[in-house]
Design a binder for this molecule. Structure first.
Ligand SMILES: Nc1nc2c(ncn2[C@@H]2O[C@H](COP(=O)(O)OP(=O)(O)OP(=O)(O)O)[C@@H](O)[C@H]2O)c(=O)[nH]1
Ligand SMILES: [Mg+2]
Length: 231
């Protein structure tokens, strides 16, 4: 604090130090989560996007297709309500809802707590649906193996350039709601080009959870990742 007038000038460094410390302890807990998943042979996938890009509908469709060959669990993150967990529960797979209150993301500590409430020995694949937000979730590593970002055609193709943090550590970008493409001015090539400037190795799947376009490519992606984990 400034000695002359009492304003908060100079406190910025302290804030940065606190943020760094929070992120460092999050990273350490994420490492512990990764170890738990490894011990149980579970592939963890962290789904992130703006609110309403289609994460839960994609999960519902995915579970219906995978259930016969993989044992799936889901952890849901939302500021309020158990609505997404209820949707997933109706598919018959184990689900746990994290209600974050005012927090705009999941962190590794929340995931750690949720992992202890799960039948881990029975699972092959754990989806984490992060809080709908294109900024904060990407800052908090969870310990999952793969980060998947959904970008829907209704959001605008400028989002990778404007919200780069969400794409920086993403392994896969799903361009969702492709069935609505003709009703929008969304330029998929532009969105992909901008996202790959931020993350050159980014894989991309164009998908519609309504028409099932791209669904088999997504299922192949999951199968490939499970096989790689099993060595
Ligand atoms: N036309 C179309 N609508 C979709 C598609 N995927 C999802 N929706 C619709 O978009 C709305 C939001 O979908 P959700 O799956 O709830 O989105 P979400 O990302 O889980 O939302 P939050 O959890 O609130 O962040 C719902 O009305 C879905 O039916 C799609 O591929 N095409
Ligand atoms: Mg949802």
């Amino acid at each position: 604090m400034c000695q002359d007038c009492g304003c908060s000038a100079g406190s910025g460094r302290k804030i940065v130090e606190v943020q760094e410390s929070v992120l460092a302890s999050n990273t350490s807990k994420a490492r512990a989560n990764r170890e738990i998943l490894k011990q149980h042979g579970i592939l963890g996938m962290n789904l992130m996007s703006s609110p309403g890009s289609g994460k839960t509908l994609l999960l519902e469709k995915t579970i219906a297709r995978l259930r016969d060959r993989l044992s799936v669990g889901v952890i849901e993150g939302d500021l309020e309500t158990e609505r997404d967990a209820e949707r997933i529960r109706s598919t018959g797979v184990p689900v746990y809802q994290i209600v974050t209150g005012q927090t705009c993301h999941l962190d590794a500590f929340m995931l750690h707590d949720a992992l202890h409430r799960f039948p881990l020995d029975t699972l092959d694949l754990l989806f984490v649906e992060n809080v709908g937000n294109l900024v904060c979730p990407a800052t908090y590593e969870l310990g999952t193996h793969l980060n998947v970002v959904l970008l829907s055609t209704t959001e605008g193709d400028d989002k990778p350039a404007k919200y780069p943090v969400a794409f920086k550590n993403a392994d896969l970008m799903i361009l969702s709601k492709m069935d609505l493409l003709p009703q929008t001015d969304f330029d998929a090539a532009r969105a992909i080009r901008d996202a790959r400037i931020i993350r050159p190795s980014l894989e991309v799947i164009r998908l519609s959870a309504r028409s099932d376009e791209g669904l088999s490519e997504w299922l192949d992606y999951i199968d490939g990742a499970v096989q790689r984990l099993r060595g």
